[in-house]
Design a protein around this ligand. Structure first.
Ligand SMILES: *Cc1c(COP(=O)(O)O)cnc(C)c1O
Length: 463
């Protein structure tokens, strides 16, 4: 079966503390370990029921090799697949699990809540408790509305921006992802045209035309598009920490420039903080960079592993939302008590002093090890990082815009991903995805993962 290792790897390299690859472990054991027969069989079955065998596309492992892992258990920073292989996990459900898998506090809280029912379609006290915790600990928002996913949050935030301004166009950046909202599944048109071209079938051209797309980190493009279109533009949406197409960290000066230009031109600024919210700090990127956006969207971490999204803004802007205002937005399962209790249990831990400092220290420690090793070997790979997010970038250069990523470098990621799986380290199955470090990753776990990763870089670069 092609998903198994192509040439049998009987030796597996680990490093001593000087990071020299000189310890070889022999290992029929290893060969046993990497069997993924049950995952492969389940994937074959899943293909009967779901398009491509999955319920969200990137899970299908299309940009790396082999069948996706079917995971049955998670504990701390480890996940176990159906074949009982255990992996150190750096995907963490794509970001939500900042406290790691199966966190006892969150689990107990969900169990307590669920004893009373799962959803009432009425307000609940738990909604208030989570709303209060968030709003009182965030200087950049005054009111919040809970929804059930990041996509829903973004979709609603756009409607709010359009409702407030009475204008319809939206400006987005190439390389930022905002969920599968129709008008945001667009890329820049050819040439100098900034009108969006949809990246998915099923999106009317007229919708795509409502979106203007410009490159990140480009002041001229921003000034130009505002000069021409500000009069018809409701908002600019950006991931202030662009983390869905590599980690394209922007300079704070550029983000401040963006803020100033939006204000100058009467265009609202939306920070899509579905990843960065509660990740780079409790106040997300707004707090990290100390920039006041007009509307902020949240998702992922906010639900403690349950499906929750939210959008938030000043009292005045939020007063445009029904039933107070004319912008309609609703949800049958919005703010259900089970999701609220999970979110509250998680966020309670995050407001504790030192939480984010500790996360960042661990991440710097981990990335530092990878960096030292790869620099010493002159490998062309770098590790952009912020807070507890890191990216494996197969380039020696600092990258700040989507078109600077060399698609050919993804071949290297493919090899890396495969070799890491063989050795029990799980990264998200695409080189465009970032990695996350959770509170459950100990220094010992990070040492182990770093050693394995360095051995795999040897294979990537030297064969
Ligand atoms: C994940 C993500 C979304 C979409 O959230 P879903 O919960 O998957 O709908 C939107 N924006 C950003 C920045 C994201 O990272």
């Amino acid at each position: 079966m092609s998903y198994l290792i192509k040439k049998p790897t009987f030796f597996y390299k680990t490093m001593n503390s000087n990071y020299q690859c000189n310890v070889y472990l022999c290992t029929m054991e290893l060969l046993d370990k990497i069997q993924r027969k049950k995952s492969a069989a389940l994937f074959a079955e899943a293909k009967e029921y779901f398009p491509g065998g999955v319920n969200s596309p990137v899970r299908a492992f299309k940009s790396v090799s082999g069948p996706p892992l079917f995971i049955k258990h998670g504990e701390g920073c480890r996940i176990t697949d159906e074949d009982d292989n255990i992996y150190l996990d750096f995907c963490c459900s794509w970001g939500p699990l900042i406290l790691g898998h199966n966190n006892a506090h969150i689990r107990e809280s969900i169990i307590d809540t669920i004893q009373h029912g799962t959803s009432f379609g009425t307000p609940t006290k738990l909604g208030n408790i989570l709303g209060k915790l968030i709003v009182e600990n965030n200087r950049f928002i005054e009111k919040i509305r809970f929804v059930s996913s990041g996509t829903e949050a973004v979709m609603s935030a756009l409607r709010l921006a359009r409702g407030i301004t009475g204008k319809s166009k939206v400006i987005k950046f190439e390389g930022c992802y905002h969920g599968h909202v129709d008008s945001l599944l667009v890329k820049a048109g050819s040439g100098l045209a900034t009108f969006g071209v949809s990246t998915s079938a099923g999106i009317p051209e007229s919708f795509a035309k409502e979106t203007l797309v410009i490159p990140l980190n480009d002041r001229t493009a921003l000034e130009e598009v505002l000069k021409q279109h500000a009069h018809e533009t409701a908002c600019i949406i950006i991931e202030p920490v662009p983390a869905n197409n590599g980690l394209l960290l922007q300079d704070v000066e550029y983000l401040n420039f963006l803020r100033e230009k939006c204000t100058e031109h009467g265009v609202l600024l939306i920070f899509d903080e579905v990843i960065s919210g509660f990740r780079v700090g409790f106040e997300g990127a707004a707090g990290y960079y100390d920039i006041q956006p007009d509307i902020i969207t949240y998702g992922k971490i906010i639900g403690g592993g349950m499906p929750v999204g939210a959008y938030a803004a000043s009292k005045e802007y939020m007063s445009h939302i029904a039933p107070e205002g004319a912008v309609y937005q609703a949800g049958t399962l919005s703010a259900n008590p089970v999701a609220m209790s999970a979110g509250y249990a998680a966020l309670q831990m995050l407001v504790r002093p030192g939480f984010y400092e500790n996360q960042e220290d661990k991440t710097k420690y981990f990335v530092g090890k990878l960096n030292d090793y790869c620099q010493q070997k002159n490998y062309e790979v770098t590790f952009p990082n912020i807070g507890s997010i890191f990216w494996v970038a197969f380039t020696p250069n600092r990258i700040q815009a989507a078109d600077q990523i060399d698609p050919a470098s993804m071949e290297k990621f493919k090899v890396l991903h495969h070799e890491l799986l063989q050795r029990g380290v799980y990264l998200g199955p695409s080189g465009y995805e970032v990695g996350f470090i959770s509170a459950a990753h100990t220094k010992a776990d990070l040492d182990k993962a770093a050693n394995i990763m360095c051995a795999c870089f040897d294979i990537v670069f030297n064969g």
